[in-house]
Design a protein around this ligand. Structure first.
Ligand SMILES: Cc1cc2nc3c(=O)[nH]c(=O)nc-3n(C[C@H](O)[C@H](O)[C@H](O)COP(=O)(O)OP(=O)(O)OC[C@H]3O[C@@H](n4cnc5c(N)ncnc54)[C@H](O)[C@@H]3O)c2cc1C
Length: 543
């Protein structure tokens, strides 16, 4: 009798993550730390997605051609991650005068920007790419495959099949699409197909900075500082090449970064002449010393794996994803990730980490393996000294109280930022939601740190509600009402809003719309908090 030939065992990963950007890598690191078998794929031949740091051989500087800045005060996740990974940061160089150039035939005007231009912004030493390197270093060999572009997803029942444009399928029990929603909409096929509502929500979520281009020019020294210039410049005339310039120097060498003012189509037409145009604009701002630096230009609109057709065709808009994109599909086995899906910090690196965090809590963990602690990573955080549950609830309540105190000022800040970036639509509504989402996002970080002290596992859940949920949500009593009152009282006295009569004194229709939006955001937060408690207690999320 012929010997039976064993069939090859097809590997089914616990989780497949599509996208090795900040969101995908941060999530993979968390899940691997929890003992899950993870496969990350990325269409590009490099890690990092929109995080892209290049190095100037002539000056030895790291140059961020994608994201460069984060904010300690409002971005708790990236701040904590940098400290966990031992990465240092430094403030964005701002001291000195800014230049304003409104007429190309005139010299630029010097202005003192009181308080600086990039208030509170910091840069990672050695470039943002350090963050990507550090995250990838914690992943097991073979867990990331580059040059694999996902084309379709098929639900096969026991697992999901990921079909790349070329090469072998990947199989996984759960899938995370850690990529811009619009790319999901335009490039991926789903079997069974996505609902029209989800497709619409994906299509309606712009990819932050996707159609922008950034240029960094390096010099032996930051020579502009000696003349009292900050390196910040704003060019506002119609022939502007760089609309906004800033100091991107590292160490003793100098660098001027800038966002290119031409749109994607113009850049295509002027591609050959662009280096010369950048050179002459820098010289017009900072004199002949600014000629002949080493230029590095990154046109994100030409990046197939960042910029969708819709992003290229429409003016840049801040992303604000529908909450639908934070709901898993296919019976909790497919998740939308990527910065744009975050409730707070959407489009920023903070948003990428918030999305990773949300999904890390929602992903199911196999219960069968022994010897591995399968609890979410947050549970491994140190207990507060001698923490008891009551103390932990008290700590959480105190942090909510602090957030409530900060809310009116934060509302004003969000409003000011919107006005500064010329977003005049739904001012009150957007600023209020941003304030609420920021508080919810920070509360979830706080909750993660307290999970161990809260001893959630020994508490029962009834009808899908964890017994601690009510106690933890209690300090938010009356929160939406007080938030709205603070906003209306500010609006009524704000000169900046006097040009917007509806925002100055919102009518009943607008008030109702705002109230509904705030209620929806609250509901989403309350559900997320409950889900995290259930997941950590092992009541749910176990397959
Ligand atoms: C010029 C510029 C400046 C910015 N400045 C800042 C800043 O100062 N501060 C800040 O916080 N944020 C900034 N951002 C935004 C920041 O870069 C993003 O929020 C963040 O990097 C998003 O990470 P992500 O993982 O969500 O998405 P991405 O980085 O876009 O990663 C998605 C990954 O998915 C991959 N992918 C896409 N489609 C497929 C497919 N079909 N199959 C397989 N893989 C696929 C891509 O190759 C990519 O690697 C900036 C962005 C740009 C472009």
């Amino acid at each position: 009798m012929a010997e039976a030939v064993p069939l090859p065992v097809v590997r089914v990963f616990d989780v497949a993550i599509v996208g090795a950007g900040l969101c995908g890598l941060a999530l993979a690191r968390k899940l691997v730390a929890d003992g899950l078998d993870v496969q990350v794929i990325d269409a590009r031949e490099r890690l990092g997605g929109r995080v892209h740091t290049r190095y100037c051989e002539a000056t030895g500087q790291a140059l961020d051609l994608g994201p460069a800045w984060f904010w300690l005060e409002t971005e708790p996740r990236i701040t904590a991650l940098l400290s966990e990974l031992g990465l240092a940061s430094q403030p964005q160089a701002d001291p000195g005068d800014a230049l304003w150039l409104a007429d190309p035939s005139q010299p630029p005007e010097r202005r003192v920007e009181s308080g600086g231009v990039h208030v509170g912004a910091r840069r990672i030493k050695g470039g943002t790419g350090q963050l990507i390197k550090a995250l990838a270093a914690d992943l097991p060999p073979g867990s990331v495959r580059l040059g694999v572009a996902l084309h379709a997803l098929r639900d096969r029942g026991a697992f999901i099949e990921l079909l790349p444009a070329t090469g072998h399928p990947v199989r996984a029990r759960q899938v995370v699409l850690a990529m811009p929603p619009r790319l999901v909409h335009e490039r991926l096929q789903f079997d069974p197909p996505l609902s029209a509502a989800v497709q619409d929500a994906l299509a309606a979520t712009p990819t932050w900075m996707a159609a922008q281009a950034k240029a960094v020019t390096t010099f032996a020294q930051p020579f502009w500082r000696a003349a009292g210039h900050s390196g910040n410049a704003f060019v506002r005339h119609t022939q502007a090449v760089l609309s906004e310039v800033f100091d991107a120097s590292e160490g003793d060498a100098g660098a001027l970064g800038g966002f290119i003012a031409l749109n994607a189509a113009q850049r295509e037409n002027f591609r050959r002449g662009l280096p010369m145009l950048i050179d002459s604009q820098l010289a017009q701002l900072y004199g002949p010393q600014a000629h002949h630096g080493h230029q590095f230009v990154q046109d994100w609109a030409e990046e197939t794996w960042t910029c969708s057709v819709a992003d290229r065709a429409s003016p840049p808009e801040p992303p604000q994803a529908s909450p639908l994109l934070r709901q898993p599909l296919w019976a909790g086995r497919v998740f939308f990730g990527g910065s744009e899906t975050a409730a707070h910090g959407a489009g920023h690196m903070e948003g990428a980490l918030e999305a990773a965090d949300r999904i890390a809590h929602a992903v199911s963990r196999p219960k069968t393996r022994t010897g591995i602690d399968m609890r979410p990573a947050a549970l491994h955080l140190a207990r507060p000294a001698d923490g008891t549950r009551a103390e932990a609830i008290g700590v959480f309540a105190a942090s909510v109280l602090t957030l409530r105190g900060l809310a009116p000022e934060r509302y004003r800040l969000h409003l000011t930022r919107q006005l500064a970036s010329q977003q005049f639509e739904q001012l009150t509504q957007r600023a209020l939601l941003a304030t609420a989402d920021q508080a919810y996002s920070e509360s979830l970080v706080r909750l993660d740190h307290l999970l161990s002290a809260l001893d959630v596992a020994s508490t029962e859940a009834v009808n899908g509600r964890h017994a601690l949920t009510t106690a933890l949500l209690a300090p938010f009593e009356g929160w939406n009402k007080s938030l709205l009152e603070a906003a209306l009282s500010f609006n009524g006295t704000s000169c900046a809003l006097s040009n917007f009569p509806l925002e100055h004194q919102p009518d009943a229709g607008l008030l109702r719309a705002i109230t509904l939006d705030l209620a929806a955001a609250w509901r989403e937060f309350a559900l997320e908090l409950n889900t995290r408690l259930l997941a950590a207690s092992g009541t749910a999320q176990i397959v």
